[in-house]
Design a protein around this ligand. Structure first.
Ligand SMILES: C[S@@+](CC[C@H](N)C(=O)[O-])C[C@H]1O[C@@H](n2cnc3c(N)ncnc32)[C@H](O)[C@@H]1O
Length: 295
């Protein structure tokens, strides 16, 4: 540029600047697009790996016949996802029991909660009485509890889901489910789907920025079920809960068939410190929901 300036061809400088600017814009555009493509390719290969992992797990655990049925159901769910999203959006429950039935049955179990039905009913009734305006769920998977919580939350609630794609204890959810999950939220509610590791300090910062200084009424911890995992979720996110708000934990009952689930150990450590509730259908079967009143 300076060379041209020294020639005194100022008019030309303008043109040249424009050309260079346009040229840089073009290069920038190409770079941006290739970064986007790389991102999409990474995501797609991550999703593919996840799918392969899930398929081989189901095949190993359930055998060929059940695997074929499972896969067929998954394909149908994927193909008709838009249809079920519109049904979910339009759904208005008469009462909690009907809401629960709907969540387990709609779309061949497309949003089936990973919970015992009999334990969910009292939990939902407690959350409904709290009528949360801000709630956070760690661990969403098929979206069952996220759907139920959003339907008992306040009509203008801010609802945040944090789930790690391919995460342990459920595997997260595929990208196509995002639009399905958005159908859960009522017109006045604000839903945020954060597909990140809850233990990453950047995720905590993101959640805080969504909350804009406000506190949570309800926190549901159902992500990493190891002792360290659940403890970390509690230590990181409980301080965001308001006094008198509720914190729920899933799987507080020891499950000898799933030794990796260690929530019971952490629950034993903290429950006595707080006013708490235990919703357990059967102490010999695993599952179980624990709730503490945060103070
Ligand atoms: C048991 S499932 C959640 C079930 C769901 N709450 C329901 O009842 O329908 C556990 C989920 O936690 C997620 N998860 C595990 N570790 C996580 C982490 N560190 N951060 C965020 N999500 C995590 C997994 O990806 C999985 O989808």
């Amino acid at each position: 540029m300076l060379t041209y300036k020294s020639n005194g061809r100022h008019g030309y400088i303008g043109v040249r600047v424009k050309v260079e600017y346009a040229h840089n814009e073009h290069a920038f555009d190409i770079l941006k697009r290739s970064a986007l493509l790389k991102n999409q390719a990474n995501r797609a290969s991550g999703e593919l790996m996840n799918m392969v992992r899930t398929c081989s797990k189901v095949l190993r655990q359930r055998g060929v016949r059940k695997f074929v049925g499972w896969l067929g159901r998954r394909v149908i769910q994927r193909v008709f996802a838009h249809y079920w999203a519109s049904r979910i959006r339009a759904y208005k429950p008469a009462d909690l029991e009907e809401l629960l039935r709907f969540s387990y049955g709609v779309g061949l179990g497309i949003i089936r909660p990973t919970q015992l039905r009999d334990e969910l009913l009292p939990l939902l009734s407690l959350v409904r009485d709290l009528r949360p305006t801000r709630l956070l769920e760690i661990g969403t998977e098929k979206g069952g509890t996220l759907f139920l919580f959003s339907r008992v939350a306040s009509h203008d609630a801010t609802i945040i889901s944090v789930d790690l794609p391919g995460g342990p204890f459920g595997g997260g959810y595929s990208q196509w489910r995002e639009s399905l999950y958005k159908s859960f939220f009522l017109p006045g509610q604000k839903g945020h789907l954060v597909r990140k590791d809850s233990h990453d300090p950047r995720t905590l910062r993101l959640v805080k920025s969504i909350l804009q200084g406000e506190q949570l009424d309800f926190l549901f911890i159902d992500g990493d079920h190891t002792y360290d995992g659940v403890k970390r979720d509690f230590e990181m996110y409980a301080p965001l809960v308001r006094k008198g708000g509720l914190i729920g934990f899933h799987d507080i009952v020891p499950n000898p068939r799933e030794p990796a689930i260690e929530v019971s150990r952490f629950w034993e450590e903290i429950r006595a410190e707080f006013r708490h509730y235990e919703i357990v259908e059967n102490w010999g079967r695993g599952y179980g929901i624990g709730l503490i009143e945060w103070d």
